[in-house]
Structures are given as structure tokens and as C-alpha cells.
Design a binder for this molecule. Structure first.
Ligand SMILES: Nc1ncnc2c1ncn2[C@@H]1O[C@H](COP(=O)(O)OP(=O)(O)OP(=O)(O)O)[C@@H](O)[C@H]1O
Length: 375
């Protein structure tokens, strides 16, 4: 902990701020999850859904106030409803669909052509691997692409892209996205201790992610892919509601269990009027490196059939290969190592199908390549 920046010092600094009922914030018992790492402070202010908009101002003031303390480099304050009665399925403070978050601030994602959620009902189906390689395929087609790893429980972007160190702060203390293989990237894992985040509930995750979006200087981007936390619970619903999404892509393996969860994901996005841009089947079949034979380990065509049943586009299939797994583990995605190979071609087709889907989706603009200059 940086000299002088301890818990008591921070709480007493927060006493300079008053809650709407006049209680000094530091003594209010509402401050939780306080962590200080070097000059970086993160904490939460407990609230419930009815007070969330009133306390947004206090949250912003707390950030500004702590940022002014000597030795402080970054401050991350979120509102959380973790100690209130069960999280409502539809938090009243949020509007459904691709609306802006419930603050009057300028839209931090205004320079981004399309924000696309990459989701899976179930963990471990290859959502992050798909996000990264899809991002690289879109990049290879001339689009400027950012990836936001919002998978707070298991952020894997740093490993997949070989990112090291912490993001640098640019003018106005906004974070500069990291750069890897022509992509701009930011991960919750670079900012928040994943162990602390394990106990976060839906509204807190959404608050953290929308703030992270606002805090990153993405610059002009054609596409921002958001690697969502796995599952279809409150956290995912809140995130889908609070983010201006052009659409969602669902990743599934062909297994029945994974498909049941994929269906839940589609239902969830439909509930909040987010267009489903399509399903990608990952690990669709195994190509044996020895005999070259194809084996349908998890069954065949499950996701394609499910897509037809649910009337959503089927964007394509990616086989299960050792090459893909090995490339991901060393931060050299397969599209960087072998862009023209069969996997590169598979992701290229998926990226094209995705762009077509964006084109057709009501109100969405087809992302056309524009300036790829750094932010
Ligand atoms: N098509 C594939 N062929 C071989 N290995 C794959 C493939 N897709 C993903 N993997 C491997 O499966 C593991 C899980 O992948 P990944 O982390 O992308 O999944 P995820 O759905 O994002 O998981 P989580 O829910 O934990 O975030 C990784 O080791 C990855 O390298």
C-alpha cells in the first residue's frame, strides 16, 4: 500500500462528501470492497436500485475527490446493490435495448460503429478464443477493431493476446487501450482483482463495466467486441441492458447442454431487444493431426440446427484443433500465426457473415473501414 494511502485515510477523505441524507460518506457504512494497490484505489458504494441515479453523483464526486489525493494514480468507484434484497430481474433504473446508460454524460462509445457482445450461456465453450480470432479476422478485412474483455470472473484476454503490464493513462486520465496484433484491447483483468470481483452481483458488474467503457480512450473504431461473462444471469442481463449494443453473437459447442444454455442466452438478449447476429459453433468437429480424419466428438451440426430452430443466422463453425489451443496459450492467436490456413479461412467467413448480419439488422450500420489511427 502506498505510504499514507491506507483504509482510514481514504475513509476520512470520503467524509468530506455527504450522502443525499447528509451522512458523511466515509462513516455511512456503505463503502465496501476497498482495495489499494500502489496508487490505484477501487471501492464500491452500496445502494439499491431506487437510489442508483441519485448516488451516481456521489460516486463521481468520490472518484474526483480521491483522485486529488497525493500519490493517487487511478480511482475506480462503483455503485453496488449487493447488500439489498434480491437483485430485480429488470432493474428499474435501466432502459431496455440499445439505450445509453442512465447518466447524462456524453456517450463514451460515440466513436464506435458497432458494439457487439460475444456471449455464451455456458463457460469454457471458447467464447474468448472466438472473440479474439473474430476480431483479428475483422481487422484483416480492414476494420478497426477493439476488444473489451468484460469476463470479470475469468479474464483471458491478456493471455490470449500476450498482453503484459498495466494500461497507461492518457490525457484526462483516460486509459489508453493496449495494442496487440493491430487490435485495441482492454481487460477487466488488468484493472480489477478477479478474486474480489467473484462476489460482485449484476448491478455492480454493470456499473464497473460501463465505467470502464467510459474510462477507456477507444478513439474511432468500426467494431468493439465485448467478451461477456459466461452465463445468462442478472450480470449478463444488466450488462446487455446498460450497453449500447448493435447486436449479440452466441458461441456454443454442438453439445445439447451447451445448446440449451445458448438458447437461454438468445432469450435473454431478445428480452432486452438486442438483435441476435448469429450463432458460432465452436469445437464443431475434431481434425486428427495424425490421420487427418474428422471426428464429431460433441455431435454434429447441433448449433446449425438450433440456429434454424430459433430463426437466427448460423455464422459458421470452427473445428477443435490442437493448433488453436496451443496458439491461444502463448498469446499468438492462430490468425496471427497462419492467417491463410483453414482456421484463418473459417474465421474470415464468420466475420463476413457477421458483417452481413449487421447490415441487415434494423437500425445498425454496416461498419466500413475508417481511420485506423491510434487513439
Ligand atoms: N476450437 C478450439 N480448438 C481447440 N481448443 C479450443 C478451441 N476453442 C477454445 N479452445 C480452448 O478451450 C479453452 C477454453 O477456451 P476459452 O477461454 O476461449 O473459453 P471461454 O468460453 O471464454 O471460457 P470461460 O467461460 O472460462 O471464459 C482454452 O484452453 C482454449 O484454448
Amino acid at each position: 500500500m502506498t505510504a499514507g494511502l491506507d483504509r482510514d485515510r481514504i475513509l476520512s477523505a470520503l467524509d468530506a462528501l455527504r450522502l443525499p441524507d447528509g451522512t458523511p460518506l466515509g462513516q455511512s457504512g456503505r463503502v465496501g470492497g476497498l482495495s489499494v494497490e500502489g496508487g490505484r484505489i477501487s471501492l464500491s458504494i452500496r445502494t439499491d436500485a431506487t437510489e442508483a441515479s441519485a448516488l451516481e453523483r456521489t460516486r463521481a464526486e468520490a472518484e474526483a475527490h480521491l483522485r486529488a489525493l497525493p500519490g493517487v494514480e487511478r480511482v475506480f468507484v462503483v455503485l453496488t446493490a449487493e447488500n439489498t434484497s434480491p437483485t430485480p430481474k429488470h432493474p428499474p433504473a435501466l432502459k431496455p435495448g440499445p439505450a445509453a446508460p442512465a447518466t447524462a454524460k456524453p456517450d463514451p462509445l460515440a466513436g464506435i460503429g458497432a458494439v457487439i457482445a460475444v456471449a455464451s450461456g455456458k463457460g469454457g465453450v471458447g467464447k474468448s478464443t472466438t472473440t479474439v480470432n473474430l476480431g483479428l479476422a475483422l481487422r484483416a478485412q480492414g476494420l478497426s477493431v477493439g476488444i473489451l474483455d468484460a469476463d470479470i470472473y475469468g479474464p483471458s484476454l491478456p493471455t490470449l493476446l500476450g498482453l503484459h503490464g498495466k494500461p497507461a493513462a492518457g490525457p484526462g486520465r483516460k486509459l489508453k487501450p493496449m495494442q496487440a496484433h493491430g487490435l485495441r484491447a482492454m481487460s477487466m483483468g488488468l484493472l480489477v482483482d478477479p478474486e474480489a470481483a467473484m462476489v460482485w452481483r449484476g448491478p455492480m458488474i454493470m456499473s464497473a463495466i460501463t465505467q470502464m467503457m467510459a474510462d477507456v480512450e477507444w478513439g474511432a473504431l468500426d467494431v468493439l467486441l465485448v467478451d461477456m461473462p459466461p452465463g445468462t444471469g442478472d450480470a449478463q442481463l444488466a450488462l446487455a441492458q446498460g450497453t449500447r449494443l448493435a447486436g449479440a453473437v452466441i458461441v456454443s459447442t454442438p453439445q445439447d447442454l451447451s445448446l440449451i444454455d445458448a438458447r437461454r442466452g438468445i432469450t435473454m438478449f431478445r428480452k432486452v431487444d438486442v438483435p441476435i447476429l448469429g450463432i458460432i459453433e465452436n469445437m464443431s468437429h475434431f481434425i486428427c493431426p495424425d490421420c487427418g480424419g474428422t471426428h464429431a466428438i460433441f455431435g454434429q451440426g447441433g448449433a446449425r440446427d438450433e440456429a434454424a430452430r430459433l430463426r437466427v443466422p448460423f455464422l459458421g463453425a470452427v473445428p477443435l484443433t490442437m493448433e488453436l489451443r496451443a496458439a491461444s496459450d502463448i498469446g499468438q492467436p492462430v490468425l496471427v500465426r497462419d492467417p491463410e490456413g483453414p482456421l484463418g479461412q473459417a474465421y474470415d467467413r464468420i466475420a463476413r457473415a457477421l458483417r452481413d448480419g449487421l447490415d441487415q439488422s434494423a437500425g445498425a450500420r454496416r461498419p466500413r473501414p475508417h481511420a485506423t489511427g491510434e487513439p
